[in-house]
Design a protein around this ligand. Structure first.
Ligand SMILES: [Zn+2]
Ligand SMILES: [Zn+2]
Length: 97
């Protein structure tokens, strides 16, 4: 079973990657003169990238990664099909965005 390694990457408003050496507050405001703040976050896995669903918060991007990783685990007893409970949960997450 492949190992899922989740990475969260920060991007500036203009779409360029914000490297880790850029200092920001936890709210994404720049502390380094001349840099724009972090506008969005994308979670990537070794097998997947959430290119179409950028997140405005690092926490949400990390949650996407965690959810993906747990989705890849073999089902123990529950069927793998997506039932109404899963749909409700996804809608709830969208509303929080
Ligand atoms: Zn993966
Ligand atoms: Zn930056």
């Amino acid at each position: 079973m492949p190992r899922h390694s989740i990475t969260v990457t920060a991007y500036h408003a203009d779409g360029t990657i914000c490297p880790s050496e850029h200092r920001h507050t936890t709210g994404g405001s720049p502390l380094t003169e001349g840099w724009t703040g972090r506008k969005r976050f994308l979670a990537t896995c070794s097998c997947k990238q959430w290119t179409s669903n950028p997140s405005s918060t690092k926490t949400y991007a990390a949650e996407q990664g965690r959810r993906h990783r747990s989705d890849q685990l073999p089902a123990k007893s529950a069927p793998p099909s997506k039932g109404p409970a899963v749909v409700r949960e996804l809608l709830r997450c969208d509303a929080e965005e």
